[in-house]
Write a protein that binds this ligand. Structure first.
Ligand code: SAH
Length: 231
């Protein structure tokens, strides 16, 4: 199985706080409107069939459903999915959540999705290229696939590990393992080998003084990539 039990455990221990915007998940709450609008601008979500890989407690999944998409969220974290289900009941925003590996889902529902999202997850799995292949299998011809992850270079180590975990203490120590960070060129390679076309990159920046996140063209730390399956 392409999953690291220690990674799953880390998220499991925090899962009950997933929807608390002041918790360890605060960064995900704060970046969500930015990534949602970026996705929606490239692939208008209303009426689309969407799958969110590594959905966790469902921050992105629910927001895409609110835009009018039919959303499936999958993850291997049992507690996060329970939290996701409860939140969906409370909010009245319907999402189909499933405890299943991306590769298994790709075998069951190949080519059924207009949009596939896989955010902040690749840097937590043993073999990210296999997840990219699963995403490529799930999307319809002509459909969109969106990833986000962390770049691997000294600046990313300084900002994403030392800065976020040790200085600003935005994330628990040990949240991110530098060795698993993925450079844009590595991710491009995975995407192309999976038969998808890279459409564009976007950087995500954080200003610690204003505490504001923004999208920009600096992909040196956090970044997103849009890909498409050829028709
Ligand atoms: N994508 C969500 C959550 C990111 S947190 C968001 O951006 O808001 C990372 C998530 O990846 C956690 O929910 C964790 O359980 C999940 N994860 C880690 N390894 C996984 C794997 N091998 N398969 C599926 N999900 C995994």
């Amino acid at each position: 199985m392409n999953a690291d039990p220690l990674e799953l455990q880390k998220f499991s221990e925090l899962a009950h706080r997933w929807w608390d915007p002041t918790s360890e998940f605060r960064p995900l709450h704060e970046i969500n409107p930015l990534r949602l609008e970026w996705i929606n601008a490239r692939a208008p979500l209303a009426g689309k069939n969407v799958i969110d890989i590594g959905c966790g407690g469902g921050i992105l999944s629910e927001s895409m459903a609110r835009k009018g998409a039919t959303v499936t969220g999958i993850d291997l974290g049992e507690k996060a999915l329970k939290v996701a289900d409860l939140h969906s009941l409370e909010s009245g925003v319907q999402v189909r959540y499933k405890l299943i590996a991306a590769e298994e889902m790709a075998a069951q529902e190949a080519g059924q999705y207009d949009v596939v999202t896989c955010m902040e997850m690749l840097e937590h799995v043993p073999d990210p290229s296999a997840i990219v292949r699963a995403c490529a299998a799930l999307v319809k011809p002509g459909g969109h696939v969106f990833f986000s992850t962390l770049n691997r270079n000294p600046k990313a180590y300084l900002f994403a590990v030392i800065g976020a975990e040790y200085i600003l203490r935005m994330l628990p120590k040990g949240t991110h393992d530098y060795d698993k960070f993925i450079t844009p060129s590595e991710l491009s390679q995975f995407i192309r080998s999976a038969g998808l076309e890279v459409q564009g990159f976007k950087g995500m920046g954080y200003n610690p003084l204003t505490k504001i996140y923004s999208l920009n063209d600096d992909t040196s730390v956090n970044y997103l990539v849009a890909a498409r399956r050829p028709l």
